[in-house]
Design a protein. Sequence first.
Length: 87
Amino acid sequence: MAPAISNTLEDINSMIPYILKLNMPEKKFWADYDSDADILYINFKKPQQATDSEMLKNGILVRYRDDVVVGITVLDASKRKGNRDLN
């Protein structure tokens, strides 16, 4: 197996526990990455139709529909590799 693929698979494997911890009623999510803007969009509802949002101090935008989290927007996503400080 090529080293780049092996490293990517290791990264994905390390994310699995965090993905499984997501406290969402539906265990589905969709992710889109905009490389031009360096923004990662993670949606838990399709369509998300957020009614409110909250910008965290670390540059992560949490989107809500009423009291339910429907999505997360991660700014400067490519600069977060290995950064475990998600609060």
